[in-house]
Design a protein around this ligand. Sequence first.
Ligand SMILES: Nc1ncnc2c1ncn2[C@@H]1O[C@H](COP(=O)(O)OP(=O)(O)OP(=O)(O)O)[C@@H](O)[C@H]1O
Ligand SMILES: O=P(O)(O)OC[C@H]1O[C@](O)(CO)[C@@H](O)[C@@H]1O
Ligand SMILES: [Mg+2]
Length: 446
Amino acid sequence: MSENREKYDFTIPTLGLGKVKSPILLSKVFGDTIANYVSDDEKILYHIQVDEDSPGCAYEDYGTIQKAGPREKIYFNPDHVRAGIITCGGLCPGLNDVIRSAVRTLWYRYGVRRITGIKFGYNGLLGAVEDSLMDLNPDVVDDIHRIGGSILGSSRGGGDRTDEIVDAIERLNLNMLFTIGGDGTQKGALAIAEEIERRKLKIAVVGIPKTIDNDLSFIERSFGFETAVVRATESVFAAHQEAHSAINGVGLVKLMGRDSGFIAAHTAMASHDVNFVLIPEVPFDLEGADGLFEQLKKRLERRNHAVIVVAEGAGQEHLAADARTDASGNKVLGDIGLYLKRRIVEHFDSIGYPVNLKYIDPSYIIRSSVAIPTDSLYCSRLGTNAVHAAMAGKTKTLISLLNNHYVHVPIELATRTRNYVDPEGSLWRDVIDSTSMPIQMTNPKK
Ligand SMILES: Nc1ncnc2c1ncn2[C@@H]1O[C@H](COP(=O)(O)OP(=O)(O)OP(=O)(O)O)[C@@H](O)[C@H]1O
Ligand SMILES: O=P(O)(O)OC[C@H]1O[C@](O)(CO)[C@@H](O)[C@@H]1O
Ligand SMILES: [Mg+2]
């Protein structure tokens, strides 16, 4: 097993040595009940699974990751800092919590007074919108955790115009940029940081990973994900209630999850009412003995009602090919929810076994909602650690939670691959167990 493990290079790029004494007064002594500075040498293990048969089974061979947190010596003199914060890509619960925490840490902990919010993502830096800048301070961000969305707005597209973006960053005199966004945003951030390096500028680029789909690698759980699952279970409860109260009732709920079915998988397990979970990682048939129609019929004959959860990226093979992409280059997906709704009703009508199907698509209600407390707390800590990283001169770096520690992960590593539900892993196995979805449905013979 351990032979297959890849060794990752977790080296964190920096702008230079930290020579400035941090204005945050912490301790270097363990046991004095005062929080300690974190040194660059404090690391955690990436792989914690131990395979006892293999020599040197864990430890350094498989990568150690630098812990995030306040450094005793920092790179930037806080008086000289001009920080920029940007949110890009789709909305996600907790964006405002991250902004709030970054602003408050810059202001109160480091004494930074020049903080600029860039509105509507990378397009805001490209002059595509009027009044694209916003001064940020603790008063402005005081209550923003109580509202969903991002006070800065967001957008797709434009991220590949790296030269123009760096020109704008130079014009604004920024020396640190916080990029809050998903894989696309962070790929853009890396390109920006590389151009900054080519121009021999000293500007830190630190990412805070955001994706409601939970599909970023090297991030244990992305912020907003728990909120999404909580909100999604409310829709499943409604779908179940409707289905349970009808003759041959079928509740069909479509959830987000473009390439990865984490929200669908977790919601199914958290709600205990779901019978069929359809995710992008696991193909399924509609027709045939192991197809959805036949298995749904069996379930209805047995229990009179059924609930199906489908992730938006599931079953795309059933839909007409669509070559379109959005402004960021993401593939435009076919609407699998509406397709299933139509096909299920048509099929059961055609066999003289009509069903009463209620369809719920709560996607944007979920995505724009306020973060639940556990997510809010998480966002606060990500924002704070991002500021510590930038002040210490880290760049091309993401803040992540791994093995229950806040750590620095190179953006290059985090954006190299996507995080998927492993059809052969324990999460999907437990989904199958808890829903009793027939296992043969998940292995179509094509
Ligand atoms: N490969 C890339 N290089 C440079 N910029 C990119 C790249 N991919 C995307 N971007 C830019 O990043 C921004 C956000 O990308 P995108 O719309 O794909 O959302 P995201 O950050 O992946 O978040 P999510 O998928 O959660 O919505 C856009 O402005 C887009 O132009
Ligand atoms: O409708 P939009 O804004 O293009 O975003 C939809 C996509 O954004 C996401 O919510 C990711 O942020 C995906 O789950 C979804 O596919
Ligand atoms: Mg993305």
